[in-house]
Structure formats: C-alpha cells, structure tokens
Design a protein around this ligand. Structure first.
Ligand SMILES: Cc1cc2nc3c(=O)[nH]c(=O)nc-3n(C[C@H](O)[C@H](O)[C@H](O)COP(=O)(O)O)c2cc1C
Ligand code: SF4
Ligand code: SF4
Length: 375
C-alpha cells in the first residue's frame, strides 16, 4: 500500500497513517516507541518534566511507586530521545511545566528537530495538579491560552492534550483553537463509562483543529467509533501494554479500510444524531422535515443555499451524474456502506470505484465546511 494512502498532513509533517502511540510518563520513551509503535503514524513520547517544580513532583510520584521520567537536564534528555526514535512515524514530545520559559525552549528544540510539542493539560496526579501543572491548566484558561500564543511564536506545531468532562469542553476547545494551537489531543474519558463518543462528535462540530482522540481503544471497532465521530488520529496507551501488537493491528485494519473505502474517518449519516456535520455530504435534497435542517442551520445555510452549494460543487465531476438516483445526482447519495443498487449502478456505469466516490464526498464535506457562513 502506498505511503500517501491517507494524505494526512499538518504543517510540514505528513502522517503515514492515523494511528498514534499516546504518552505514558515513565514508560513511553524511544525504546518503548521503537518496539511497540514501529508501524504507527505518530509517536508521542513523555511526559517529560521541564522545570524544577514538575521535576520535584515527578520525584514524589516515583517515591510512591508510579513511573515518571526524572531528569535534571530534560532538554538534553528530550533531544537524545528524539534522535533515538525510528524514522517513519511523526515524532511528538509530551511535556509539563509550571512556567512558560522552559516550554518555549522545548518548542524551539522540537521545531528544529521536525517534531511536535505537546503541552500536557491532562495529568491528574495530585503532585502535578497541586503545583498548577497538567490538568490544573484547564482551570486557568486565560493563562493556558496565553502560553499557547507565546509557544506558537516559535513556529513549532503545537498539540494540547486535555482530559474531557472536567470543564466546559466546547468553550475550552474554542479557546484553545482561537489561541493558535494546531492539534487537540483529547482523552475522551467519561468517568466510569469509557470513551465519550457523543462528546467527540460535538467537539468535531465546534472546531476545525486537527483532532487526536483516545480512551479505552483496544481494537479496530473502538478506533472506528472515534474515526466516524471525527477523530483525525486515534491514539492508544494502556492497550499497547496489554497487547504489544495493538498498533500494528490497528494500522493494518485502518489501511485496508482506507484502501477499500477512500475516507478512513468518514462520518455517519446525520439522521440519527450520530454523524457530525461532515455527514451533510451524504444528505438528501432538503425537501422533507428531517435532521438535515437543524444541521445546515448550524453552518448558516438555508435549504436553498445548501442545495445550491452541493450542486455547484458537483458541477464538472462525477457527483453530477446519477439521473436514476433518488434526487437525480450522486451529490445527494448515501455513504458507500449503505447498500443501494441505484447508486452502485451509476458508479459502475461511470467506472468510478467506491474509494473514488468517497474521496469526492470527503472533498464535498470540506467544501461545505469551508464555505459555512457562521464558522
Ligand atoms: C501510566 C500512564 C501514564 C500516563 N502519562 C501521561 C503523560 O505523561 N502525559 C499525558 O498527556 N498523558 C498521560 N497518560 C494518559 C494517556 O496518554 C491516555 O490519554 C490515557 O491513558 C487514555 O488512553 P488509553 O485508554 O488508550 O490508555 C498516561 C496514562 C497512563 C496509563
Ligand atoms: S437529508 Fe436524508 S440523510 Fe440527511 S438527515 Fe434527512 S433523511 Fe437523513
Ligand atoms: S439512490 Fe440510493 S444512495 Fe442515492 S440517495 Fe437514494 S438511497 Fe441513497
């Protein structure tokens, strides 16, 4: 399968697939990543502790028996660890700090090494939250946003790792995006309930940021539940410890899906409330009362404008055809996974593969979102 199978890019970095190793303090260093995540599209090592306060907190965590990376020279350690990582996956380093200056130094280092900086606003170990680091940053939103803006001045690609269901998630995500972050890495944890899939969809509909999601993924079905709600990348942490082949298996399955279907994170239809706004690419002509109307309203389109923009997009490409389909054009046709002999007959006559059809639907979804009036 080709290296460009997925076409996932952010800044100057290109991900060969949408599966990532998530960070686990004291565990996910270069040797762990090279052994268990050799097939991943992205490896996130760390979390490393950048300033004296987080280093002391890490030592206290280790004293009570939990793993942490402890070093008084964290930047030297990070540099040698990035250099020791296998080539192939995009590299990212998860870091904690109570002050801005070390974050800016780390950002410069990572930019020079073509790696992503990930700011940990997620760690809930009391030694970290007690000094204002990790998850405590979620409660200091103005400061977090100021840091994001300052870190971005270095030109580094910046990910912010957050835990769901702690603060107002939508407000948080919009603020992080407005502050200039490139990536939101969401631990979609819902206490006692595994991953909060509904929240992933809501977040997808409230931001255009690149979205990495995790929590409790141990097989391809769980990863697909996140992809269909809008995750660009799915990351795994604990699952890799219990199943060392997990990343390779996820990569194999999602690559097969992309090869067959052309849009690995295609949304569900919006009819039953599960599909995010990208699912409007599969919607019918808006002529009957159904959820399409609420959804197009969120993008600021009237029914007529929605009809016009879809047909305008279809003009000159294969989606324009389909006289024999329900609404006279493939622009209004369903996701390929929904069986339909009418659509499939048109695709066959045109010589268009399922993957080509879905790639056009993805472009249509991007077009609808890019031209939205109120986003
Ligand atoms: C032992 C352990 C250490 C972790 N350390 C970090 C960390 O340093 N930084 C961070 O952002 N997340 C950390 N996490 C959170 C994981 O990256 C991930 O978000 C979480 O475990 C949910 O994903 P999973 O269900 O695939 O494990 C840690 C998780 C575990 C289990
Ligand atoms: S327009 Fe069609 S696909 Fe969209 S919500 Fe209505 S019934 Fe479902
Ligand atoms: S022709 Fe088939 S795919 Fe197209 S809108 Fe009708 S049911 Fe959906």
């Amino acid at each position: 399968m080709s290296n460009d199978l997925f076409n996932i890019k952010i800044g100057n970095l290109s991900f060969r697939n949408p599966i990532a190793l998530a960070p686990m303090g004291g565990m996910t260093n270069s040797s762990f990543a090279n052994e268990y995540a050799k097939d991943a599209g992205l490896v996130i090592i760390g979390g490393y502790n950048l300033d004296a306060a987080t280093q002391e907190a890490a030592k206290a965590i280790v004293e009570r028996g939990r793993g942490e990376f402890v070093s008084d020279e964290p930047l030297d350690l990070i540099e040698s660890e990035i250099k020791a990582l296998n080539e192939g996956p995009v590299k990212c380093v998860n870091v904690r700090s109570t002050t801005l200056e070390p974050l800016i130094e780390a950002a410069r280092l990572l930019k020079n090494n073509d790696a992503i900086l990930e700011l940990d606003a997620h760690c809930r170990q009391k030694e970290m939250t007690g000094i204002g680091a990790g998850q405590a940053l979620l409660h200091k939103l103005p400061e977090l946003c100021e840091w994001i803006g300052k870190i971005k001045e270095s030109g580094v690609i910046l990910s912010v790792k957050v835990r769901a269901n702690i603060v107002d998630d939508i407000g948080l995500v919009k603020s992080i995006e407005a502050a200039g972050a490139d990536i939101l890495h969401l631990d979609a944890m819902k206490e006692g309930a595994g991953a909060d899939l509904k929240l992933i969809k809501e977040i997808r509909d409230s931001t255009r940021m690149f979205l990495i999601c995790n929590n409790s993924v141990t097989d391809i079905e769980a990863a697909k539940d996140m992809f269909t709600r809008g995750a660009d990348v799915v990351s795994v942490a604990r699952g890799v410890v219990s199943d060392p082949a997990l990343i390779s298996n996820l990569v194999r399955s999602i690559s097969l899906l992309q090869n067959d279907m052309g849009w690995y994170n295609a949304p569900k239809h919006v009819c039953r409330g599960e599909g995010d706004l990208r699912g409007l690419a599969f919607c019918c002509l808006p002529v009957k009362p159904c959820p399409v109307h609420n959804n197009i309203k969120k993008l600021g389109y009237t029914a007529q404008e929605f009809a016009d923009i879809k047909m305008e997009f279809a003009r000159g490409n294969m989606l324009e055809y389909g006289d024999s389909t329900c609404f006279g054009s493939l622009a209004w046709c369903c996701k390929i996974s929904k069986p339909c002999f009418l659509r499939d007959g048109v695709l066959e006559t045109l010589g268009v593969t399922d993957a080509e059809y879905m790639r056009l639907k993805k472009e249509l979804a991007d077009h609808l979102l890019n031209h939205a009036k109120n986003r």
